[in-house]
Design a protein around this ligand. Structure first.
Ligand code: CDP
Length: 784
């Protein structure tokens, strides 16, 4: 077994990176690489209007385009009972192709099938659709008035989708009313988009047995199989979902999109394979967006800075259909984590969702279902409170942290945090960044009129959905699974219900098996994303893979170890009770020299098993007893140019605690990627609509991705506080940097501008917005 390094806090088995081909993730097997004889291509006709009646659809000209084979519309699908698609949490449904009217710009109106990709696109252009525009509701606050009802198909004639609340409303109101200090701030976490580099796509094909072979960019292949069976009526055994390599998902590839259903219908109708690959614009304008939460935060505190109460009220813009990829029963996801790392005696949070004429979604973009919004709200709120009290934001946080001795900590909003040592992680961060020296430098710069800011975020998140008593999608409980087979030579295969999109499960799942069984990780094959071979799982999103599937893998390996112990006892000629597992070998208790390796046992399991059942394999379905609660301290240091509004992120330090680390290199990669996305959200990205519901950010010249030129350098460090309920003590980590970093950036910029009296600016903090805030603040000062 290669154990060439074992950093503190990691599980012990390190891979020889350069030698292992699994570190080269892309094997060139993406959906768009698939070609099949007689394959057709599909293109979608999309609405230019955000809200309109469809007066007519005429496909005559489209069918004359060379190579076009068929055009289908919403009416055709509706007649076949396929007009609507259930959304994942099951509380709403979504039109597959528009029926009667369109509800957002770029909504799917018709599907065109042709011999070539260009032919399909030309055919889509040639479909003539007549629309009668309707009044547009682009603002969720306007939607509240219900003057225009967007979804008359629903029983309730209102644009209000849901009201969700948690906590003690009265106690919170009382505590706020009697608090010595009280702050309130409205903040908008803007609409963003995960923008994976590979857009969504599929190839649908009915094989000679009439079985649907569905290759698709899915983060949750098994759930797709079940959902497609429910939507199309095709029995689940006649559906094979294969998710090949995926070029980034970030939550965008969780929902089942209309294009997938159309491709399947086309393949069935025309008896030929159908490929559909979205364009960049289609991805940005019609697939799951993220955030779009208007959050009112109120915090009460004593005069010396002890928090007394938190009240949060949110208006959520869900677009035209409630297609948020939240677990059923959690319409606002895990927003209840909004008390963060702080010990609030009273708290209350509520969220109201509204329909608007915008693209539907509300997906967990590198976020455990609304945790990013919650984390941003509390971390901004704490900084505003510190400013109000005239206390250092670090000291305010230190004073109010949940203490180490309070874990397992029952939060006032219903979670039980598993473990943490927030003071320690904060101290590590302050020491590493040289906080006192930074304060000194800032004071000097301020004396010279320069704008330097230090921003801190000490977030806690909740990942690992989830315990079956609370979490399900389409009614399916959110467990996960693993199957491990060890071959006679000690090599093996692990199959899981998860699906890596670049997170490196190929490496880390092999490491867990290797660590538990004392085998070489380089000879443990990892297979995911194939519903014919992997046991049923709920997929990869919301940093749930390690907390749930990672645990299933460890538990399946332990089952194998128990079986192997019997074979080892036979080989060592002792009773099973006399065999112990030490130093990755089976040893006779008290006689360590008498030992056998797992490799020897594996061979014996097929060749010399005595009375034991042959073979060495196990399956485990893991239902987590609780969520895991990773956390961190992030510190950003910025300089703001007073004349141009340009923000330079001079330093950024992320100290994360995700419990036991499986692979430090992969965790580092996760942190770097997530910080880069958080940076983009804080400074560059917004899916922008005008007041008429037109999407103004339909490509990468308007919706910006950070390049190496603007991305800052990331410094990182770790503390390790294992999860007490996870078999190997690991918590999720993939989304921590995206959850924790936006508030650190914004806090830093506002800290820089605070001498001017600026208290809050909504993201993205573009140069233009920052410059305007400086101008407004200076004008106000001048007129005072
Ligand atoms: O669900 P997803 O894979 O996106 O997120 P995750 O569970 O946080 O894992 C992301 C990657 O980091 C996986 O390869 C994990 O196995 C790895 N990881 C790790 O090495 N140690 C941890 N404590 C957590 C995650």
């Amino acid at each position: 077994m290669s154990t060439d390094s074992k950093p503190a806090g990691s599980i012990g088995v390190a891979m020889k990176r350069k030698e292992d081909p699994r570190f080269i993730q892309g094997k060139g097997h993406y959906v768009d690489d698939i070609t099949m004889p007689s394959m057709l291509y599909m293109a979608l006709v999309r609405s230019p209007y955000p809200h309109a009646e469809i007066t007519s659809i005429d496909a005559t000209e489209a069918l004359k385009v060379p190579g076009v084979k068929a055009v289908i519309t919403g009416k055709d699908l509706d007649a076949a009972g396929l007009g609507w698609l259930p959304t994942f949490h099951g509380q709403d449904k979504q039109m597959v192709l528009a029926i009667g009217k369109v509800l957002f710009q770029y909504q799917e109106v018709a599907a065109v099938f042709a011999e070539t990709r260009a032919g399909a696109a030309d055919g889509a252009e040639a479909v003539e659709v007549e629309y009668t525009p309707l009044p547009v509701v682009a603002d969720p606050f306007t939607a509240k008035t219900d003057t225009v009802i967007l979804r008359p198909d629903r029983e309730i004639k209102s644009n209000h989708i849901f009201h969700w609340e948690v906590g003690d409303k009265e106690a919170t109101a009382r505590a706020l009313a009697t608090s010595a200090t009280r702050i309130s701030q409205r903040m908008w976490f803007q609409r963003c988009h995960p923008a994976p580099l590979e857009p969504c796509g599929c190839v649908a094909h009915f094989d000679t047995m009439g079985r649907l072979q569905f290759h698709v960019t899915s983060q949750a292949p098994h759930v797709y199989r079940t959902a497609l069976s429910l939507v199309t009526g095709i029995p689940e055994d006649k559906i094979h979902v294969i998710s090949p390599d995926i070029g980034g998902g970030f939550g965008n590839k969780v929902p089942v999109y209309p294009g997938y259903v159309c491709a399947i219908v086309g393949a069935l109708k025309l008896g030929r394979p159908v490929k559909w690959i979205e364009t960049r614009t289609e991805n940005l304008t019609s697939t799951g967006f993220a955030r779009d939460y208007h959050i009112d935060v109120e915090i009460g505190a004593t005069a010396d800075g002890k928090v007394t109460a938190l009240r949060v009220a949110t208006v959520a813009d869900h677009g035209a259909f409630d297609a948020a990829a939240d677990p059923r029963g959690f319409p606002a996801g895990m927003f209840g984590i909004v008390t963060g790392s702080y010990d609030f005696p009273a708290a209350h949070a509520e969220v109201d969702g509204y329909f608007t004429n915008k693209a539907p979604g509300g997906i967990a973009y590198r976020c455990s279902f609304r945790v990013t919004e919650a984390s941003f709200a509390i971390e901004r709120g704490m900084d505003i409170l510190a400013d109000e009290l005239g206390i250092d934001p670090v000291e305010l946080r230190r004073k109010n942290f949940v203490r180490r001795d309070q874990f397992p900590y029952p939060s006032p909003l219903g979670f039980t945090y598993d473990s943490g040592d927030y003071h320690k992680t904060l101290d590590v961060a302050l020491e590493k960044i040289g906080y006192q020296a930074l304060l000194k430098e800032q004071a000097e710069k301020r004396a010279r009129g320069e704008l330097m800011g230090i921003g801190i975020s000490t977030f806690t998140e909740v990942v690992g959905a989830g315990p079956s008593k609370q979490f399900n999608i389409l009614g399916i409980k959110m467990f996960d699974s693993a199957e491990i087979r060890i071959h006679p030579t000690g090599a093996g295969i692990v199959r899981a219900g998860t699906k890596s999109q670049g997170q490196g499960h190929e490496t880390t799942w092999a490491q867990i098996v290797a660590e538990e069984l004392g085998l070489d990780p380089q000879n443990i094959m990892v297979e995911e994303g194939d519903t014919d071979t992997a046991p049923y799982g709920l997929g990869t999103y919301a940093s749930r893979s390690t907390p749930v599937a990672g645990a299933a893998i460890a538990m399946a390996a332990r089952r194998i170890r128990e079986k192997a112990r019997k074979v080892a006892a036979h080989l060592l000629e002792v009773g099973e009770a006399d065999v112990e597992w030490t130093d990755y070998t089976f040893q006779v208790k008290g006689v360590p020299a008498r030992r056998v390796t797992m490799k020897e046992v594996a061979f014996a399991a097929y060749t010399n098993m005595a009375q034991n059942e042959p073979g060495l394999e196990a399956t485990y379905y893991y239902d987590p007893p609780n969520m895991t609660f990773p956390y961190g301290t992030y510190i950003a240091v910025v300089d703001v140019d007073r004349d141009t509004g340009e923000v330079k992120v001079r330093r950024f330090l992320a100290v994360d605690d995700c419990g036991t680390i499986i692979n430090p290199v992969i965790v580092e990669g996760q942190i770097h990627g997530g910080l880069t996305e958080g940076f983009a959200i804080a400074f560059m990205q917004e899916i922008q609509y005008d007041s008429e519901g037109n999407n103004l950010t339909t490509n990468f010249t308007d919706y910006l991705l950070p390049t190496s030129l603007e991305t800052p350098h990331w410094d990182t460090a770790k503390t390790t506080t294992p999860s007490p309920h996870h078999p190997i003590g690991a918590k999720g980590v993939g989304e921590s940097p995206n959850v924790g970093s936006p508030a650190a950036f914004v806090n830093a910029v506002i800290d820089a501008l605070s001498p001017l009296g600026v208290r809050h600016i909504d993201m993205p903090l573009t140069r233009d917005k920052v410059w305007r805030a400086i101008q407004a603040a200076e004008a106000k000062k001048a007129s005072a």
